[in-house]
Design a protein around this ligand. Structure first.
Ligand SMILES: Cc1cc2nc3c(=O)[nH]c(=O)nc-3n(C[C@H](O)[C@H](O)[C@H](O)COP(=O)(O)OP(=O)(O)OC[C@H]3O[C@@H](n4cnc5c(N)ncnc54)[C@H](O)[C@@H]3O)c2cc1C
Length: 307
């Protein structure tokens, strides 16, 4: 783009004045759970929704935009992301408002922050989200789910900002949710959502959360540098079983390995680059296809450009 991998990105000259922050050349490895990824040409952290609307209305035409959530479902390539990477991390995007059997949450709220909100207010129904890394914005995009529940089961409506800088209220159906995915216009930035809750004593919520935490600790590499399940489960099958059955769990590429706790999780043992992790994933796909004719589909989103 504009000689873009520099702390003095030329792109800055073309961007509107905003209340929030522009950070040129910000390394995205700081924000991804894999701990890999090159720079954002410019990271933009809007102060509030008016700031975001103003930016979208006045940005250069055709400027590529990527929204970063908690970075827990991303493999950002080593060359980084050209254009703008938006991060909704101010107080405004973490606000909550409790209503009757519902809660309004900013899209930048971390799923884990729901624990305190639920127990402080004697509400429940969102326990499944607490142990899923990331933010609520990312949870909508990926239709995050576990323990038999998905985001789509609790979403009532949401607000989004489009590429013209208009704020729209949209229904849950407008996101066209599928298994670990949704289909909505690429340009939509989710800013806020209303989720269903139930009245529930804090002790009950804590009890459910403890059980879920214990299960996760037993079955997943919770402290590793990973982005969770790498591949979607093909219809009626388990990706991890296919990986194990075909011996693909033994593959390694430099510092990228398959977790021995859960073989659908790829891990960065310390020195892997994004290209090593992607190569490992692609080798697994090839081998599973060769041995079983089944083509595994990436669940982790690969974004950005090679080094
Ligand atoms: C240890 C571990 C365990 C995991 N377990 C589970 C699990 O049990 N179930 C599960 O479903 N997932 C799981 N995941 C995957 C991941 O946590 C989820 O997919 C999560 O919802 C991603 O949210 P995020 O905020 O980190 O999004 P990111 O990874 O930052 O982004 C994911 C996508 O969401 C988009 N996005 C983010 N915010 C917005 C927004 N405001 N508006 C529009 N688009 C947006 C991004 O552009 C990107 O396309 C796990 C990951 C890890 C590391």
């Amino acid at each position: 783009m504009f000689g873009w991998k520099s702390k003095k990105s030329e792109l800055l000259k073309f961007l509107p004045e905003v209340k929030g922050k522009y950070i040129p050349g910000e390394m995205l490895s700081k924000y991804t759970w894999f701990g890999v990824g090159g720079p954002a040409e410019v990271m933009f952290c809007p102060e509030d929704v008016e700031d975001l609307k103003h930016f979208m209305k006045n940005k250069p035409y055709n400027l590529p935009i990527f929204v970063l959530g908690g970075g827990s479902n991303l493999l950002v390539r080593d060359g980084g992301i050209p254009g703008i990477v938006i991060r909704l991390n101010t107080k405004f995007y973490k606000k909550t408002e409790i209503g009757e059997n519902q809660i309004i949450c900013g899209a930048g709220l971390k799923n884990s922050e729901l624990k305190k909100i639920m127990t402080d207010n004697n509400i429940g129904g969102l326990e499944f989200l607490v142990s899923i890394p990331g933010t609520l914005g990312g949870a909508i995009k990926t239709n995050a789910g576990c323990f038999g529940k998905e985001l789509k089961d609790v979403l009532l409506k949401a607000k989004v900002v489009n590429s013209e800088g208009e704020e729209l209220e949209v229904s849950a159906d407008d996101f066209n949710f599928g298994y670990r995915c949704s289909f909505f216009p690429e340009e939509w930035i989710v800013t806020e959502m209303t989720l269903k809750t139930i009245p529930q004593k804090a002790e009950k919520t804590l009890e459910i959360l403890e059980e879920q935490k214990a299960y996760r600790q037993k079955t997943q590499p919770v402290n590793a540098k990973t982005a969770g399940s790498t591949f979607k489960n093909p219809d009626g099958l388990k990706a991890w079983e296919l990986i194990k059955k075909t011996g693909s769990n033994k593959f390694k590429v430099n510092g990228a390995e398959v977790s021995d706790v859960h073989c659908n999780f790829l891990i960065n043992t310390g020195k892997a680059k994004a290209k090593d992790i992607e190569e490992l994933g692609n080798k697994i796909v090839e081998n599973v296809k060769k041995e079983t004719s089944i083509v595994l589909e990436w669940e982790v989103k690969r974004v950005g450009v090679a080094e």
